[in-house]
Design a binder for this molecule. Structure first.
Ligand code: AP5
Ligand code: MG
Length: 213
């Protein structure tokens, strides 16, 4: 198996970029989407996670690592995983290395989406997403054909509970404290490929495809 990590602050465009890579044979793994699915199904894990996610705090490492371990357990040798929002702490990064090593797999690339905080607030304030297929839109930058409705499956679009100004600020703080150190961790392994995520959606997707497609 091979893996690629999409790294970057909340709202940098990880999910938006991932959408085009799925067509290139990658299995998109967003721990945020997996957790929101648990919330939707009202599982014990989901109920616990929601409290933390609504405050912009991280879910415990063992919970997310457990989800990834389960996924790898059901995987096949030729799988290409695209991780979005995982790993987010040094502990998670070390666990990912261990898990990949135990499968004789390889972490090929860490794509770093660089985006300043002011752009992030604008992006997250206008984001809408499909609760069914998880497609991501923006009221101005990437609107659906019909306002409020998913192009793919016609489901009514929703705003995420954590996309309010206070929680966005908290998420940015937690990113700076706990996730940004992963840049140094992966630079030491010579894996980081930075991309200017302030460009248009098309330009960012093209830059990522050029690297990974
Ligand atoms: P998660 O769902 O991963 O959220 P996040 O990291 O905060 O990132 P987002 O999904 O908000 O942003 P994105 O980078 O995917 O941007 P998007 O493409 O949507 O995690 C949520 C929570 O779950 C965490 O806070 C935590 O509590 C928990 N969690 C998840 N994983 C965890 C882990 N590993 N460990 C512990 N806890 C975990 O784009 C954003 C908007 O911008 C959209 O509207 C889009 O249309 C627009 N846009 C995108 N690109 C562009 C562009 N180039 N130009 C203009 N607009 C753009
Ligand atoms: Mg996302």
């Amino acid at each position: 198996m091979n893996a690629v990590v999409l790294l970057g602050p909340p709202g940098a465009g990880k999910g938006t970029v991932a959408e085009v890579l799925v067509g290139k044979g990658y299995k998109h793994v967003s721990t945020g989407d997996l957790l929101r699915e648990q919330i939707r199904q009202e599982t014990a894990l989901g109920i616990e996670a929601k409290v933390l996610m609504d405050q912009g705090k991280f879910v415990p490492d063992d919970v997310v690592v457990g989800m990834i371990r389960e996924l790898f357990g059901a995987g096949k040798p030729g799988d290409k995983f695209l991780f979005d929002g995982f790993p987010r702490t040094l502990v998670q990064a070390e666990k990912l290395d261990e898990l990949i090593g135990s499968l004789n797999g390889n972490l090929d690339e860490v794509v770093l989406l660089e985006c300043p905080a002011d752009a992030i607030v604008e992006r997250l304030s206008g984001r809408r997403s499909c609760p069914e297929c998880k497609t991501v839109y923006h009221v101005t930058f990437n609107p659906p054909k019909e306002a409020g409705v998913c192009d793919v499956d016609g489901t009514e679009l929703i705003r995420r509970d954590d996309d309010n100004p206070e929680t966005i600020r908290q998420r940015l703080t937690v990113y700076a404290e706990q996730t940004a150190p992963l840049i140094t961790y992966y630079e030491a392994k010579d894996l980081v490929h930075p991309i200017d995520a302030t460009q248009s959606i098309e330009q960012v997707r093209a830059a990522v495809l050029e690297k990974l497609g």
